[in-house]
Design a protein. Structure first.
Length: 106
């Protein structure tokens, strides 16, 4: 048997799996980072709310950090923020974007 031919076949079969795994890790890292960032922004906005800062100041803080965040609920007892982030490699399997949500309830 030809060892070089076997190695080439294994390389051709394993390379796509390796690339898919790397793409998955890349998208997962971006999702995790953005989700933690969204949670942090929601927590600070909630603290601002309890400090008595006005609605516009809190919205400005949220938009300063990420202009794509949608404020769903903002009141004394709850803050709900949503964020859609673009998928880089998920488009291969049909995910154009990922939908993140952070909800803090008193």
């Amino acid at each position: 048997m030809n060892k070089n031919g076997q190695s080439l076949i294994l390389f051709v079969l394993i390379l796509p799996l390796f690339l898919v795994a790397c793409a998955y890790l890349f998208d997962s890292a971006i999702i995790t980072y953005e989700n933690k960032n969204l949670d942090h922004i929601a927590q600070i906005a909630f603290e601002y709310q309890h400090e008595g800062k006005d609605y516009e100041t809190i919205i400005d803080y949220i938009k300063e950090n990420n202009k794509n965040i949608e404020v769903v609920t903002l009141n004394e007892k709850e803050i709900n923020l949503k964020l859609d982030i673009k998928s880089y490699f998920g488009q291969i399997i049909g995910y154009d974007s990922y939908h993140l949500e952070s909800n803090i309830i008193e």
